[in-house]
Structure formats: structure tokens, C-alpha cells
Design a protein around this ligand. Structure first.
Ligand SMILES: *Cc1c(COP(=O)(O)O)cnc(C)c1O
Length: 474
């Protein structure tokens, strides 16, 4: 008891800590109120640990002050770091929703910089001097690239589906195959979005098979729309029958009903030449007769987060007038980045070299070997004493709920720390800045080089080395 009160009296005052020279280096750019709160927090924790702790050794006043100052400095450094931090993605998942999905290419980055730093003609028609539409810079590009008559862009594809259903089918029925009642991550489920939009879901067929006849039998005077949902994040294989968009379009013409296709991860170039699965492109779905197509901006398209709606002008005009459009509208940064991304597709041959998502998906074996070899060598040189380093064959994934059955052969640098577990190494790397995210497998940390960007190798090797060294000393 006696000792505890001595210890408590030894604790420095807030002012003493604030004026300690040891703290000076941590104060730059930190608001005073945050600094004072940090000091108070550290002192309070010390007080509590003295009160609850058993036989605490009695440090000198100087030592106690120094350790409080050091802890405060660490707290200040931590709280001055932005909460949204850069991450080196060594998971091999190209469109990792948790890591922000698509990376933007140089053109889109420059466009965002331009739109962020200055005023733009976002809603001003520079020819007439009158009010313009924020969708105008995008619509011409989208109709050209997709073959659709008109286009509209909203906040994300979930909003695009909601807006389309609410405009075309509120209080009326939408016919969908039971095998296409998709759930995408983050609570987007077709039946729930349908309910939210005010449309009535009319499920037809069985999980594995839905025939054109099933749709035909369900058509009645309340039917507003035939909906096809691309089962982008799972596959139904075996004894199956899906009614295609072209078959739905034929039915739609017969009954004068519009047909909508939610493609999810819509894309504009055929990636089969690179060994990826055959998936319908937006152009193909439009050509097959879909009246409305919805897809994401930040999945395989490789642009900013957005939901793109392309289709017949008459239907798109109705959507543009729906007040919901205003609630889910895109901002100028999205307009700028999406325009720059779409422009890259005007020359489809060029697009795979300019859109980071496509570049990563189409990396050839030579490039992967080069990247893995260089990283492994760098790591062996820096940290060979602390870990076993090897290069192994792995499979990367597309991610973002796209092409779930595409296994892309890739290479990973595997790090097996000698003195501690791979889990601990992974945790240390997550705490770094930039954070590094890999995969832990059989007590090794796997760093898939497909998603490691050019120019990140040195930072990555430095981070792994520092984490290994820290693990040894702490
Ligand atoms: C991903 C996806 C969505 C949702 O798109 P977001 O852009 O993430 O809102 C909707 N439908 C399908 C089929 C999808 O794959």
C-alpha cells in the first residue's frame, strides 16, 4: 500500500510530460487538445496499473518520466497516421473488395487530380453556356463501347439494379429464375433489393434448371420485366439449363416486355486469349437483345466504384427522371476517373496494357517469374538469416465475385520465419505503413506477386525484413 502511494506520487504531471524534450519530435502538426488527451490517457493507464499491479519495482522519477514520454510519443505517432492507409496486396486476389477493388491507371489518376484541384464543367455545357448533364461526358463513350442507345451511371451496381427495378417495375412483377437469386457480399441479395425497389419477385424454374416455358407460364397482366442475373460469384454445374438473355429477349418481344440483365462484373474485352473463362461481355449482352444491362465500374472494368446502366433510350430516360437517381448520383471524381478509364477501351488492344486490373489478370509466366525471382532474391539477401525463403506455384483469383472458377496459375514468395510463427509475421506486416497483406498457409506467409505493383518490391522486402527483425527482438 505504502509503495503504491509512493509510486503514484512519482508520476509526472501533464505539464512535465508536455514540456519534456523527448516529446518534441512527436508534436509536429498535432493539435494541442489531442496531445493533452494522449498524455492524460497514458498517465491514467499508469495510475490504474499501479493501483491494480502487484509488487511493482520502484523506478526513479527520471526513468518513469522517460517511459511515460516514450509511450505518449508512440500514441501520438499512431493517432497521426491516417486511418485509411496504403496496403501492398500480396494476396493474389486482383479485385479484393476489402482492399478497395480496382486500382486506377495513370490516366484515371491524373483525371481525379484535375477534378479535385480545380473547378470543372461538371454540369455546364461549355458550347451553349447553359446547364449540362454530369452524365454527358460518360454517355457518349458508354454507348459507343457497349452498342447500347443510352447510358446512365450511378454510385454502384447495387444502386443501378435498385434504380432500374424501381423505375421499371414498382408495384408490378419481375420474373427471375430461382437459380439466379444471387447474394453478393455486403447484404446485396436479389430478393431483398427487389423488395426495396417496390417490385414483386416472381420466381420461376428450379435451382438447376429454368426453361423459357417457365417464364412464359409466369407472364400475366402484372408482369413488368424479365430479369436475368449473371451468377457471377458461383456456378451451377452438372444437370443444368439456363434460359439465355437471347431467349428472354425473344420472349420479351413476343409479350412486349423489357428484358434486363444484371451482369455484375461487366467487362468490355474478351479475356479468353489469356486463359480466362468465357464470360459474356457487355456488348454481347446488348447485342443478344437485353433492353437494360447493369454492371459495376470497379470490378473487371477496372475503373472507380460506379454502377453503369446501358440500354434502350426510352427506358433510360425514365430512370433519369426517377428522384432516386439524384440520391445515388456519382460525384465529379468518379466522372473524371470513369471517363479516363473508358477512353482506354476505345482501343481494345491497348486496354490490357493500360488498365491495372487487366494488366494483372493477363501477366504472363515470364513476368511472374521475374517478379517472384527478384523479390525472393532481395529477401534472401536482407533476411535470409531470419527466415526460409522459397518460390512456389500458387493460384491467384479474380475476386470481387467475378469468375469464381478461374484459377490463374501464379507464383508466390513463401516466407517461413525461423524464430516465430507466420501468423505473427502477418500481424506485424498488417501493422506497418504501408501495411502488407499476404496469405498464411501451413505456417508460411505466401506473397503472391501477381498483385504486387511495379515499384512496390523494395518497400515490400523492407517491410518483411523489418517485421522479421522486430519479431526477433520483441
Ligand atoms: C457485384 C455485383 C453487384 C453489386 O455491384 P456493386 O458495384 O458492388 O454494388 C450486383 N449484381 C451482381 C450480379 C454482382 O456481381
Amino acid at each position: 500500500m505504502e509503495e503504491k502511494s509512493v509510486l503514484l506520487r512519482q508520476l509526472p504531471s501533464v505539464d512535465e510530460v508536455l514540456h519534456s524534450p523527448g516529446l518534441a519530435g512527436h508534436l509536429a502538426g498535432q493539435p494541442r487538445s489531442l496531445v493533452v488527451d494522449a498524455v492524460r490517457g497514458v498517465l491514467e493507464r499508469r495510475r490504474q496499473s499501479i493501483l491494480t499491479g502487484a509488487n511493482t519495482a520502484l523506478p526513479s522519477r527520471e526513468d518513469l518520466l522517460a517511459s511515460v514520454v516514450a509511450e505518449t510519443g508512440k500514441t501520438l505517432d499512431r493517432q497521426s497516421r491516417p486511418n485509411l492507409r496504403r496496403v501492398i496486396n500480396a494476396t493474389g486476389v486482383v479485385l479484393h473488395t476489402n482492399l478497395g477493388r480496382a486500382l486506377l491507371g495513370p490516366e484515371a489518376q491524373q483525371a481525379i487530380q484535375m477534378a479535385a484541384a480545380g473547378y470543372t464543367n461538371l454540369e455546364l455545357d461549355l458550347d451553349s453556356g447553359r446547364r449540362g448533364s454530369r452524365y454527358a461526358p460518360l454517355e457518349g463513350l458508354l454507348t459507343r463501347l457497349t452498342g447500347a442507345e443510352a447510358a446512365l451511371v450511378v454510385n454502384n451496381n447495387a444502386a443501378a439494379v435498385l434504380l432500374a427495378l424501381s423505375t421499371l417495375a414498382r408495384d408490378r412483377e419481375v420474373i427471375v429464375s430461382r437459380g439466379q437469386l444471387v447474394e453478393i457480399g455486403g447484404s446485396f441479395r436479389i430478393p431483398e433489393v427487389m423488395a426495396q425497389s417496390g417490385a414483386l419477385l416472381r420466381e420461376v424454374g428450379a435451382t438447376n434448371k429454368t426453361h423459357p416455358e417457365d417464364y412464359r407460364r409466369a407472364v400475366n397482366e402484372k408482369t413488368a420485366l424479365l430479369l436475368h442475373v449473371h451468377t457471377s460469384n458461383y456456378r451451377i454445374i452438372g444437370f443444368t439449363r439456363e434460359t439465355s438473355v437471347a431467349e428472354l429477349a425473344a420472349l420479351g418481344r413476343e409479350y412486349h416486355l423489357p428484358v434486363m440483365s444484371d451482369l455484375g462484373s461487366g467487362f468490355l474485352v474478351d479475356l479468353r486469349p489469356y486463359g480466362l473463362p468465357a464470360e459474356p461481355t457487355v456488348q454481347q449482352v446488348v447485342a443478344a437483345g437485353a433492353d437494360v444491362v447493369t454492371f459495376s465500374g470497379d470490378k473487371l472494368l477496372g475503373g472507380p466504384q460506379a454502377g453503369i446502366i446501358a440500354g434502350r433510350r426510352e427506358l433510360l430516360d425514365k430512370m433519369k427522371k426517377n428522384p432516386l437517381t439524384r440520391a445515388v448520383r456519382i460525384d465529379k471524381l468518379t466522372v473524371s476517373a470513369l471517363e479516363a478509364t473508358l477512353r482506354c477501351y476505345l482501343d481494345p488492344e491497348e486496354a490490357t496494357g493500360r488498365i491495372p486490373t487487366l494488366k494483372m489478370l493477363t501477366l504472363n509466366r515470364d513476368r511472374l517469374e521475374g517478379k517472384a525471382g527478384a523479390l525472393a532474391e532481395d529477401l534472401r539477401r536482407r533476411a535470409g538469416a531470419l527466415a526460409e525463403i522459397a518460390v512456389e506455384s500458387v493460384f491467384s483469383r479474380v475476386g470481387g465475385g467475378a469468375m469464381p472458377d478461374a484459377d490463374m496459375p501464379s507464383l508466390a514468395v513463401c516466407v517461413k520465419p525461423r524464430p516465430f510463427t507466420a501468423e505473427r509475421l502477418a500481424a506485424a506486416l498488417r501493422a506497418g505503413d504501408p501495411a502488407v497483406i499476404g496469405r498464411v498457409q501451413e505456417d508460411r506467409l505466401l506473397l503472391d506477386v501477381r498483385t504486387v505493383q511495379d515499384g512496390e518490391r523494395e518497400i515490400l522486402a523492407g517491410a518483411v525484413t523489418a517485421a522479421l527483425q522486430e519479431g526477433v527482438t520483441s
